[in-house]
Structures are given as C-alpha cells and as structure tokens.
Design a protein around this ligand. Sequence first.
Ligand code: AMP
Ligand code: MG
Length: 414
Amino acid sequence: MPESPYPMISIDDALAIIQREVQPLPPIMIPFHAALGLVLAEDVFADEPMPPFAASRVDGFAVMAADGPGPRRLVGDQAAGYMAGIRVEPGAAARITTGAPVPPGADAVVMVEQTEEKGGLAHILSGTIETGANIRPIGEDIEAGQLVLPHGTVLGPAEIGLLGTVGKAQVAAQRRPIVAVMSTGDELVEPGEKLQPGQIRDTNRFTLMAAVQQAGAEPLDLGIVRDKQNDLKATIERSLVEADALLTSGGVSMGQLDLVKPYLAARGVVHFGRVKVKPGKPVTFATVDGKPCFAMPGFPVSALVSFEIFVRPALLKMAGHTRLERPRVKAVLARPVRHDSDRTEFQRVSLTRQADGALTASTTGFQGSGRLLSMVGANGVIVLPHGQGDFEAGAVVEAIILGPIEISGDSHLK
Ligand code: AMP
Ligand code: MG
C-alpha cells in the first residue's frame, strides 16, 4: 500500500491552520440596501436626532396642556411632511396627524378619540392633560452623534432600515467571497445527461455551490474537470484569477488519477492533506497565490460534511464574520450508535425537542459516505469524538444544529 505523504492531523489542528491562513477580504463601498447579510466594515453614527423634530404620536389636536379640558378655537391644520406656519396660543388648538411636527406654542396632543368637533370648535373631553402628552420629543429614538451600528454588525432587515434612517446611502461592508467550485472525475456527467456505462451524475458541484451560497458567499461554477493534468491545471489557474477561493471535489484519495493534491502542492503550499475525521479523511487545504484552496473528498456526504467543518467557517471569516461556528447543544441518543474510535465522526441526525424538554438525536439511517440521503432532512450532526467506542441509547453527545429543531407532537400542515 502506498503511504500518503501527508501526516494525519486532528480536526482542531486543521481548523487552527485554516484560521491562521484565511483572512477577511478588504471592504467595499456599496448601496446600503444591497448589503443584506453582509458584515458592516465601519462604525455608523447618526448625524441628526430621530425624530428630528417634536412629532405627534397620534391623530388629534395640538394644545397647551395648562388649558385643561374644554372648548378650543381652531387655528389650522398640521399634517406630516411640512411646517404649516401656525402657532397654538392659550385657548387654541390645531388639528394634527401622526408624525406631524407639533406647532410652536403647543406642548401636548390630545388624541382625536378624546375630542369632539362641534360648532367650529374642538372640545377636549379628556381630564387633565400632561405636558408632553402624545409627543415624541426630538431624539427620543436616536440622539444626534449616537453610534447606531458598530463595525462587525451583520446586516439584517432592521439594520438595513436603520442605515436608511440615518441616511447612510453608501456603506463600507465586507463583500461576499467569490468561490470557484469544480468537480473532478472522468466518470462524471451533467445532471441532464443519460448515463452511459460507468458514468454517474455530478452531485457535489451542486451541493457545494448551494452550501457556498448558504454561507453567504458567491459560487462561480467551473464545471466538471476531467482527470487530466492539463484540464485540471487550466481550471485551477482560472479560479485563481476569477475567484477569492477554490473548492474542488474528488481526486484527493490515493488513486493514480487523484491529481488535485499534487497540482496544489506544485503550485502553492498544501497545509494539510489528511485529517482524523469521518467522513472526509483526505480533505485537503492549500494556499496558492495567497488564496485558500479546499479540496473535498469525492463521496457526496464526505464533500458536504467536510464543507461544513472546514470551509464554512473559512468563508465566514473571509466575509468578516467573527462568529464562525454553528451553535452546539447536548443531545440524548435515541438509539445506540456504532462508532469506530480512530477518527472523530460526524453522523447525520434529526434533532427533536421531546415533551419533557429533552433534546433527542436519531441518526438518519445508513451513514455511508456516498449516501446523500442521510443528509436530506437532517437538522443536525452529532460529534462522536475519537478515542471513544460505540455509544448506548440514552448517552449524551454533542450535536451541531444545522436547521430548525423539530418539536415532538407539533402538528405540521402536511
Ligand atoms: P475520488 O476521490 O475522486 O476517487 O471519488 C470518490 C468517490 O466519489 C467515487 O466513487 C466518485 O465517483 C465519487 N464522486 C466524485 N466526485 C463526485 C461528484 N462530483 N458527484 C458525485 N460523486 C462523486
Ligand atoms: Mg475521482
């Protein structure tokens, strides 16, 4: 048996190497409304207070609080969006709408439900009126000069809206890394093709491009590459020009046609080529021209699990995120699980919150590294550490949450 030239390293060492080699991309300026999901690369302050003027909270009448209840002379209307140029004197009132500036002189607004308009007068029916009633003071929500969004904030709908509020039309943000994705293998054909003997359809390119997108990065489809030195070279070189990172699958085992590792080694530095992990032992990480290159094993589950463990945190870091890990929880095994203790194993599970509050993990059937069905519908993976053997039903293990947790007894609309 030929020996791999690459030492077998632990998952933690592999992750530490990736963290050492992968850095955030330089920020860009983009229109704020196009920044959903991106990481903010500057501190954003409010130049003006919000609201910028004392504004009515309700539709009603602007009055002087000291006047108390009773009839009022109407001096005009103040709707939202302009200054009506009216003044509220003692004994007077102005009609006002929600969000309109409170006219000078007025120090309270009485909501329309507590008034009656009759005989050209506004009758205030409420009891005492507090100064400031129903008025949003200047700067109630945001003070002038306030830091509203610090550097590093992940921009969701609320954050995007706030950028609009403070008039930050262009914003510095971390851009999405462009990730070139290619499949390697002479046996692979496109999903639209009819299979000839010996052929299979390409799975990994589509899995990995979807996973890249879900991680907030932008996939660049470089197709299927044949197990030919020149094809591989041309496509890898193209990826180094057009993308920020490279993601391949297949061709990293010990077969004669496994050409990915040797090419990466010749062109750059292979930082590791074997990890104590199941599935995904031959997962490979290199840098070429300073760009991270991840070579996933060919078996579809190995490719996707390797992406989850090694590539996703790296892409998040490139995109400026500081929280790189998926949440982990403790879960109770619903059934016994076989585990070969040489490598840390990631098994696909469905995580369910039981009526008594316990979180249980049930493995999703046969865990073969080619059986992508074991990942379909899996909302978690359990981590079975190396050095430990089989696990009994009821054992507590660590689980990584991949999707929404099922609630036992929850009636789904089917
Ligand atoms: P390799 O590491 O290239 O020897 O591939 C290992 C196994 O994964 C082989 O059975 C391949 O046919 C299969 N495989 C490799 N790439 C893909 C792919 N893109 N889609 C589906 N199966 C693949
Ligand atoms: Mg192959």
